[in-house]
Structures are given as structure tokens and as C-alpha cells.
Design a protein around this ligand. Structure first.
Ligand code: SF4
Length: 231
């Protein structure tokens, strides 16, 4: 897109600080059901589900955990079987050897350092083996204590298209979003972008003509009528 066109588009939609609240409100109305798609009943199941979801779909994880969580209920259960057995049980989620190692290491640390409970602070979550920033952010948010904003492929793409960040690096995108999005919305905001990304703002074929944000989005492909009096 030529630079002058991008500048024009940014001017048309106005500053991001003025747009962020209507963006959130409209997405909340449009995707009232937006939330985590993983199925879990306990904090430990949440943590395991999120760890298993790396490099695969939530649907696939749910298929595997439906049976997994009948067999493994407490942190001790993941340590009571040989690694090979857990590897077999999570095989269908991919990267099963690495995931088994991370889950067993994490369960051991939960028992050793946290009384078998999932901690809620980012610093503690990030100590767990195989738990990186994205996983820690998802878990903290679902436990009701968001301390950052989850940036996945949808959040990254939509934040860029909506002109909320010019960054490419997820950590820098998160920093931009944390400055912009009101703190009480940090938990829900990524879900709204993820669901909008899945349903409307597809990576290859965004459906701008039926997008509720098309007048607030500098990347909209919908033709904008000039205001009366414009030449
Ligand atoms: S207007 Fe188009 S590019 Fe912008 S958020 Fe909507 S679908 Fe995506």
C-alpha cells in the first residue's frame, strides 16, 4: 500500500486512543461468546490444556484432554506413570516428547514449590518448565488475574491492521497494547480479536464489507465515501 494512502487512512479513522473503546465495545456486542475455547474444570487442567495447545488447535486439544483428564486429575498423577505412557496419551497434540517433559517438570515444581496449586503471578508461572510468556498470560487471565495481554497470530494481525501497533515482535506488540487497552479489559481483549480474526478478519480474505469495525480500521477495504463538500 503506498505511504500516502496509509497516511490518509490513518487520518480518516483518527487516533488509536479515541478508537480503542468503540473497538472493544463493538467487538463485545458482535462476539458475546468470545472466550477460551479449551475445556477444563480445574486450574491444573487449565495449565495442562494451555501447555498442550502449542502448535495445534484447541479442538484437537479438547479431543485429547476429554480422556486425559479422566486419568490424570492431580499433579501427582502425571508423575506416577512412566514418561512413555504420558507421551502416548498426549501423542495426538504433536511435539509429545517435549510436552511430556514440560508437563512432568511443571507438575514436579507445583508439588515442590506451590503446594500442588497453580500460582497466579507471572513471575511464578514463568518459572515453570516449558511455560513461556504466552502460556503464562493465558493462564493468569483465565484465573482472573491478567498481568499482560496474550499476543497470538490473530491478535498480532488484527492489532496491526487496526493500526494499534506498528511492531512485529509479540513482546513489543504486547507492550503497545498494554499502554492502550484499559487494564480491566486485558483479559477479554485478546479473545475478542481472536474470535473476530477467526470469523471476519481472515488472514487472507478479510471480510471488510461485513465488519463492524470498518469505519474505525485504517486497513478497511470498504470504499469510504468522501464527506459532503470534499472535492
Ligand atoms: S475492516 Fe477489514 S481489515 Fe479492518 S478489522 Fe475489519 S475485516 Fe479486518
Amino acid at each position: 500500500m503506498p505511504r500516502s494512502f496509509v497516511r490518509e487512512a490513518r487520518k480518516r479513522v483518527g487516533p488509536k486512543r479515541d478508537r480503542i473503546t468503540p473497538i472493544i465495545e463493538r467487538l463485545k456486542a458482535e462476539h458475546a461468546d468470545a472466550g477460551i475455547a479449551l475445556r477444563f474444570r480445574t486450574d491444573v487442567e487449565l495449565l495442562v490444556s494451555v501447555m498442550l495447545s502449542a502448535q495445534t488447535t484447541d479442538v484437537n486439544v479438547n479431543r485429547v484432554t476429554e480422556r486425559l483428564f479422566v486419568k490424570y486429575r492431580r499433579p501427582e498423577d502425571y508423575l506416577a506413570v512412566p514418561s512413555e505412557e504420558l507421551e502416548r496419551d498426549i501423542f495426538a497434540t504433536g511435539f509429545f516428547r517435549q510436552k511430556t517433559k514440560s508437563i512432568r517438570g511443571t507438575m514436579q515444581m507445583l508439588l515442590d514449590d506451590y503446594g500442588g496449586e497453580v500460582p497466579r503471578q507471572m513471575d511464578d508461572l514463568l518459572r515453570l518448565p516449558g511455560v513461556a510468556r504466552k502460556t503464562a498470560n493465558v493462564v493468569a487471565a483465565e484465573l482472573g488475574e491478567p498481568q499482560g495481554i496474550v499476543v497470538d497470530t490473530h491478535v498480532r494481525r488484527l492489532s496491526q491492521r487496526l493500526g494499534l501497533t506498528r511492531q512485529e515482535d509479540p513482546v513489543k506488540i504486547e507492550r503497545d497494547l498494554m499502554r492502550l487497552v484499559p487494564r480491566e479489559r486485558w483479559g477479554v481483549f485478546p479473545h475478542l480479536l481472536i474470535w473476530h480474526g477467526r470469523r471476519v478478519c481472515d488472514a487472507r480474505r478479510p471480510e471488510c464489507d461485513r465488519c463492524v469495525l470498518n469505519d474505525l480500521c485504517p486497513s478497511s477495504r470498504v470504499e469510504v465515501m468522501p464527506a459532503v463538500g470534499d472535492s
